[in-house]
Design a protein. Structure first.
Length: 289
């Protein structure tokens, strides 16, 4: 896909960012069929990344390794077992009720998985894109139509056309079952090829605060980017570049809008990081930070 068809705009303020998001959303809505226009559950998803030039963009952490897919799936199997075996002692909130909730928690706490983080909150994604203040390249926010993605996925699954689901998937949908085995010992084969857009259950407060959504990858380790190249101009996946020179000012404007570390991470750790950031920005010399 050429950059001209992929990039929406290069922005230098929160105002420009919000306008770009709103304009793209309206264009997508006009191209929808009538049933989708009438469905209030449709929302675009957003993902913020600090560096628009990274070669691992739009790839889940597990698939960023140079190892082969089968070996990576075996490594994920070990990680799932270890996280579940030892993670229970650290749970401060409700215990996960099934294998999907354990998997979602793994992703939120930094363990490599086949999940890629998204949010249905544009400013939340912008916060993650701007969070590192020492950026040397433009930051980026990706914008995705999850319904479009799943329409492509569902067409390739052996599900009766009359019974085909619509929208972002839930973990208990039949379409989601082949993406994650209940048994950690049976995690070496992933049936579907394309990534699936899926909604997590809010097993932790972070999920609600960050308005979390996910894409879970299948056999294709670079499935989302490759799919977009194939779909070209008809692909509702776009990116908004954030001028590196505007990062600090936009971070300050986001804070005025109430988008802060303690809002994104609603716990004492997040609150402590927010206070530390305020202290450093206001009272410490750059050389001493």
């Amino acid at each position: 896909m050429s950059s001209d068809s992929f990039d929406l705009k290069r922005v230098g303020s929160v105002d420009q960012f919000v306008k770009t998001v709103a304009d793209c959303t309206r264009r997508w809505q006009k191209r929808m069929d009538w049933d989708r226009q009438e469905d209030s559950s449709w929302l675009p998803w957003f993902r913020g990344e600090e560096d628009s030039t990274t070669p691992t963009k739009l790839k889940p952490k597990l698939y960023r390794s140079k190892e082969g897919r089968v070996k990576l799936l075996r490594q994920e199997q070990d990680l799932r077992m270890e996280f579940r075996r030892r993670g229970s002692q650290f749970l401060g909130e409700g215990k996960p009720s099934d294998h999907w909730e354990w998997y979602f928690l793994m992703q939120h706490y930094g363990v490599p998985t086949r999940l890629l983080d998204w949010s249905d909150g544009a400013l939340v994604a912008l916060y993650f894109a701007l969070k590192p203040c020492d950026a040397t390249h433009d930051a980026v926010v990706y914008m995705l139509d999850p319904w479009w993605l799943n329409e492509l996925v569902f067409k390739k699954l052996p599900v009766c056309k009359d019974d085909r689901s619509r929208g972002s998937a839930l973990p208990d949908w039949p379409e989601a079952q082949d993406y994650l085995s209940k048994d950690e010992f049976d995690n070496e084969s992933v049936g579907p090829k394309l990534p699936l857009a899926i909604d997590p259950s809010h097993v932790a407060r972070r999920f609600a605060a960050q308005r979390s959504r996910f894409t879970i990858f299948g056999r294709d380790t670079n499935g989302l980017a490759r799919l977009c190249k194939k779909e070209d101009k008809n692909c509702p996946l776009r990116r908004i570049l954030i001028k590196r020179s505007a990062v600090q000012e936009m971070r300050e404007d986001l804070a005025l809008c109430g988008i802060s570390e303690s809002m994104i991470f609603p716990d004492l750790e997040g609150f402590g990081r927010e206070l530390n950031s305020i202290f450093q920005d206001r009272w410490m010399d750059k050389e001493a930070r």
